[in-house]
Every structure is written in C-alpha cells, then in structure tokens.
Design a protein. Structure first.
Length: 263
C-alpha cells in the first residue's frame, strides 16, 4: 500500500528545532503491528496515523516501540497536514482519539489545541529519585500519565543528564518524567521530558507533558496563561492556558518533508 508521508517540526517557527513528527494519512488503519513497524522505521518520537471519519478524523499515535494515548506535538502536526495539505483553507478540525475528541483551531500565528488537563498529587520522593535525576527535587508530583519533578533553578533543568536506566525503573509502563522550574529568558517556566519506558530517552517538545505542567503552575501561581519553553537540545515554545479541565496549547509548525511510503 502506497500512502502519503509528511514530516513536520512542531512547536517551532524554525526548521530543525521543535519536535519532529511523522503524519501518515490513510483510508483505514492497518494492523497494530504494522503501525508499530512503520513508527520504528520512521524512528521519530511519534508517528501519527490519520483516517477520515465523516467531517472529522480518527487519530492514533505510535512511538518507535508503543502506542500512546495522547501526543500533543503529533496532533499539532496532523492539524497542519489537514489544514495545509488535505483540506487547504480549513480553519478547524476534530480528531477522534483514545483521549476523546481533540479540537485544533487555526490562529494568526499557528494552531491552538484543546487537550485534557492532567492534575497531579504531591507524593514522597521515590527511593533513588535524586540519583536517577541528577538533581535534588524541591517537590515530586504524580498523575496517571507522568511523574513531575519540580526544581528551583531553570539552569539546573537545562543542564540535566539523568540516568536513563534508573529513570525507566522509576517510571514503569508507559509513564514518563517531567522536570520543571520557574522560567528564565522571559519564559514563565521551563521543562524537559524523559520517557525511556516509551522508547524515548528525551522528547524534544511535549504537548502531553504540558497537560501536566499547566495545571501545576496554575495552582502554584494563581494564573491561567503561561509562556513555556521546553529546554531540550532542539528546544520549543508553547503558550499554555488552563480552561477548566482543559488545556489550550498554542504553537507553530514547519513542514520539512513530503513524500510517500510503501506499507
């Protein structure tokens, strides 16, 4: 089967920054093992598979090793493919996903996603956590998706080199580790995201992690809107807004590659 293949950089206005994602529009989803194999072949943090569903689309996401229930940057990339290539001029799209319907709207500067907020509970530091992270956390929080480590210095977040094997042991299954601190360089907060249990040692810019970060920082500051920077080597920027039990994430997308794959 010959199918279109797009590769885009999400949460950036500059090519070769942000988070790369593959988007593959199809008439129907192939078997799960085929999608896993395709995602491994693409060898990006996420490959999005996109299937028409009336006026909407069904959307699934695979890392090189597993299917995940939510992926922000590949949803942003999928919206750009729909509105720039499949249906040029379209202003909004709804994706039917494992995390419910996700709406993405075009804005003057990019796209705005409407995603579920993931609120967290304060927990005791797991045994060996500081050694695994390479820094002493001020607080540790947890929800169904991730561990959240809060540090007090953005420079420490930027410089982290965690022990990936130890992080994997502390985040079993498909969960990951979000690390955050108050921002620098004009940002409200900075973060990084490590998910070796998903086959992703470090994700460059993570929409799903900001579904955890936004309600945390809203609770801590009493504010609802934030300018955020994910300080991976590629780096990326987002505007995050808490709206009830939803998070709105604004970001830009840059097309890198367009072609076809044989599946």
């Amino acid at each position: 089967m010959r199918t279109p293949l797009f590769q885009l950089d999400a949460f950036t206005t500059t090519r070769f920054a942000g988070n790369p994602a593959a988007v593959m529009p199809m008439d129907a989803f192939p078997a799960d093992d085929v999608m896993r194999a395709v995602a491994a072949e693409n060898n990006l943090s996420e490959t999005a598979f996109l299937v028409p569903d009336g006026d909407d689309y069904r959307l699934r996401w695979f890392t090189p090793t597993v299917e995940v229930p939510l992926c922000g940057h590949a949803t942003l990339a999928s919206a750009a493919v729909v509105m720039e290539r499949l249906e040029p001029g379209r202003r909004s799209v709804v994706f039917r996903t494992a995390s419910g319907p996700l709406t993405v709207d075009r804005t003057d500067t990019g796209y705005r996603m409407d995603l579920p907020a993931h609120r967290s509970d304060r927990v005791e530091d797991p045994v060996g956590f500081a050694e695994a992270l390479g820094a002493e956390p001020v607080e540790v929080w947890q929800n169904q998706a991730n561990l959240l480590a809060v540090l007090d210095d953005a420079a420490v977040v930027r410089a982290l080199t965690p022990d990936q094997g130890a992080v994997r042991a502390l985040t079993p299954g498909q969960s990951g580790l979000v690390v955050t601190a108050p921002g620098d360089a004009g940002y409200d907060f900075v973060s990084r995201y490590f998910a070796p249990a998903k086959g992703i040692p470090e994700d460059p810019v993570t929409g799903g992690a900001h579904c955890t970060l936004t309600p945390y920082w809203a609770q801590r500051t009493g504010r609802s809107t934030f300018s955020a920077y994910q300080a991976s080597p590629r780096g990326g920027t987002l505007t995050c807004t808490l709206v009830g039990d939803r998070v709105h994430l604004d970001g830009a997308v840059v097309f890198y590659l367009e072609g076809h794959a044989e599946v």
